[in-house]
Design a protein around this ligand. Structure first.
Ligand SMILES: Nc1ncnc2c1ncn2[C@@H]1O[C@H](COP(=O)(O)OP(=O)(O)OP(=O)(O)O)[C@@H](O)[C@H]1O
Ligand SMILES: O=P(O)(O)OC[C@@]1(O)O[C@H](CO)[C@@H](O)[C@@H]1O
Length: 306
């Protein structure tokens, strides 16, 4: 079974404002509400691509109820721990001349609730896939993903991590199957500027040396680069289209990559489906549909650099 983990889900409130200004009332001319959080987005795209999976994590309060109900309505399987204190965050995504995001902190998680979550992780078995995505509530320790990986290290479980900074760096010693920072996150982790493909490859390889098996660097409209466990390097082109809402493009890429890999056992095909899924989401108001992803797949060119 595939499990996605969203320790800090969100309601994504996506609004369109002609011109965003601070210190004023801004009137919205379009608004949407979606169940969000990186792992939940991965769950939704995996399901669209026919990959059965279960979404895990924490929810709380009336916003948490919205998440659970939305997943049920979408026929998605989930096993969230309901926590007592605080509420599942509401993340505001403003589409104006630029995209501006305001992401909340998330609820308080008690020791007991964390242990309840670990009990769910204890049930995973050999052959399962575990996808750890996004930030964690601010009350939790940034070694949390590391602790989860340590828990499953004796089982034959492929772990994918889509996180940033220490949350990601701390897990590398447990050799995650795949990590997917974007180019900005990669630059931030090494405190460098990335000025060329060579720079991106150099630092992606560093993450591999530090333990990741495969490193996928997404670069928005500039495509993606994959350094594989065999040290092959693939560059992906992007599909053409008009960006509507790029929130979740990276999560769609992770889901497409895993679905493509499971289907073909080929990194090239995984990257192709990942890029098509990311693009299809960027060109949609909500996450991509299966039909749209299928339409874009043939547009994606994969070049082997090494
Ligand atoms: N404007 C675009 N045009 C075509 N493809 C795109 C575009 N934006 C994103 N994609 C595709 O989706 C992939 C992931 O996008 P991106 O790098 O923006 O992820 P991200 O920064 O993790 O996004 P998010 O955090 O919003 O989920 C890209 O590598 C690319 O293949
Ligand atoms: O604050 P985090 O956990 O890093 O990111 C959360 C988030 O921005 O990521 C998703 C898009 O990737 C959104 O659905 C959600 O609001």
């Amino acid at each position: 079974m595939i499990y996605t983990v969203t320790l800090n889900p969100s309601i994504d409130y996506v609004i369109k404002v002609d011109k965003l200004t601070t210190g004023n009332i801004n009137r919205v001319n379009e608004e949407h509400v979606y169940p969000g959080g990186k792992g939940i987005n991965v769950t939704r795209i995996l399901k669209s691509l026919d990959n059965d999976n279960i979404a895990l994590g924490f929810v709380s309060g009336f916003t948490g109820d919205y998440i659970i109900n939305s997943l049920q309505e979408l026929n998605l399987k989930s096993d969230f721990i309901k926590v007592k204190e605080g509420f599942t965050r509401i993340n505001v995504k403003v589409k104006s001349e630029e995209e501006t995001e305001i992401n909340g902190q998330g609820p308080k998680i008690s020791e007991e609730e964390l242990n309840q979550f670990y009990k769910v992780i204890d049930k995973l078995v050999d052959g399962d896939i575990l996808i750890l995505s996004g930030s964690i509530p601010s009350c939790l320790d940034e070694r949390l993903y590391e602790s989860i990986m340590k828990k499953v290290e004796d089982r034959d479980i492929k772990v994918i991590v889509d996180a940033t900074k220490n949350l990601l760096l701390n897990v590398l010693k447990y050799k995650p199957f795949l990590i997917k920072p974007n180019n900005h996150e990669l630059a931030e982790m090494f405190n460098v500027e990335l000025n060329s493909t060579e720079d991106v490859v150099f630092y992606a390889r560093k993450l591999k040396e530090m333990g990741a098996q495969n490193v996928l660097i997404s670069m928005g409209k500039d495509g993606a680069l994959l350094v594989t466990e065999n040290d092959e390097i693939f560059a992906s082109s992007v599909a053409k289209g008009e960006v509507v809402n790029s929130v979740g493009a990276g999560d769609s890429m992770v889901a497409g990559f895993i679905a493509g890999y499971l289907k073909s056992n080929s990194y090239e095909e995984a990257l192709r489906l990942g890029a098509a899924s990311g693009g299809a989401t960027a060109f949609s108001s909500d996450l991509a549909t299966r039909e749209f992803i299928d339409k874009l797949v043939d547009e994606i060119k994969i070049e082997k650099i090494k």
